[in-house]
Write a protein that binds this ligand. Sequence first.
Ligand code: ATP
Ligand code: MG
Ligand code: MG
Length: 372
Amino acid sequence: MLASAASLLNIQVVFLDVGADAPAKQVFSSSQHIDGSFKDQQKIAELASKADVLTVEIEHVDVDALDAVKKSHPNVEIHPAPETIRIIQDKFRQKEHLSKHSCPLGEFMSVDATSDSIKSAAEKLGLPLMLKSRTQAYDGRGNFLLHTLSDIDKAIDALGSGSRPLYAEKFLPFVKELAVMVVRSTSGEVASYPVVETVHKDNICHLVFAPLRTPDAGLCKRAEEIARSAVKTFEGAGVFGVEMFLLENGTITINEIAPRPHNSGHYTIEACETSQYSNHLRSILSLPIGSTSLKVPASVMLNLIGVSDSMQPIKDVCSKALEIPGAAVHLYGKKDCRKSRKMGHITLVAPSDAELRDRLRPLLQTLPTSSS
Ligand code: ATP
Ligand code: MG
Ligand code: MG
């Protein structure tokens, strides 16, 4: 999606990813693309030697390699700043950073992967207790919701048997999950997209409704302000996704921040004046930031998530979408379909909420349900 946006602006992009047929390379043709891992220091240096500006689409990159680039290629700008990625890629450090800057958070604490440590966290924060891997987490893989102390061994086992550092969060019985995409320019100014409601299924983002519908007049303003203030505390330019919880008493807390275009911002491609991808490029290249306003009354994004190794159920939903006005299909061109893998998404736009729901219904009815 970044490749498509770059192509429209005639911005030359070189991608580092495994495989010559990686999704981004399918979209943007170049003899310069590099085949390799975004964790490979040498490959990252090779990428830097071909670029004026480096950016990331995933936070699990090798930050030491980015620091090395700063020294070996002082003229290459890196956005967001490597230090920002270093803080965010460790969720516990991220929470400490946000806490230090007085951002609203639920309670959290460090734990070791031992029964005693988890027990004392449960005494302090209560049950159920949300145990999380500090690093390498996505789509809820790295989270374990501990309901009873008798499941501690199971939790330690599920979270890598001590091979991955952990921390604990108080379980927050939120009434809604919200997200705001924020664009940070090279001069540190921030602009925010509208607040959206995200609906998760099995820890994976399932639907994103934009804009958020709420009877609380001040809620959107508060959520946008919290998201903008949080992003201001980081260095470097680019788009950031801020995930939040809305609690029953109207309090908003930050769940986590992604230092890159985000799944909850995919709707911006069809529903906003400027997509998150176009604005990511504009911000890291010091070009004018485009309007973040919605240009349609209502929109929803539906993730297309693999239910098995077969792509057929997803193709069936896409075929249905092609019959629906206002539906845009995005298939990512990932080589293999797997259970729980994000293979694409569909965005629907509509002139009203009622029409949006009518357009969404047949897609949800066609959507495959997870087998095993
Ligand atoms: P992502 O794909 O968004 O990066 P992730 O693996 O980093 O996901 P989180 O965002 O930490 O995981 O958690 C996934 C989901 O689990 C959240 O969207 C929310 O539904 C639930 N969750 C996370 N933390 C808590 C909490 N403290 N209390 C209640 N629910 C939570
Ligand atoms: Mg995450
Ligand atoms: Mg998340």
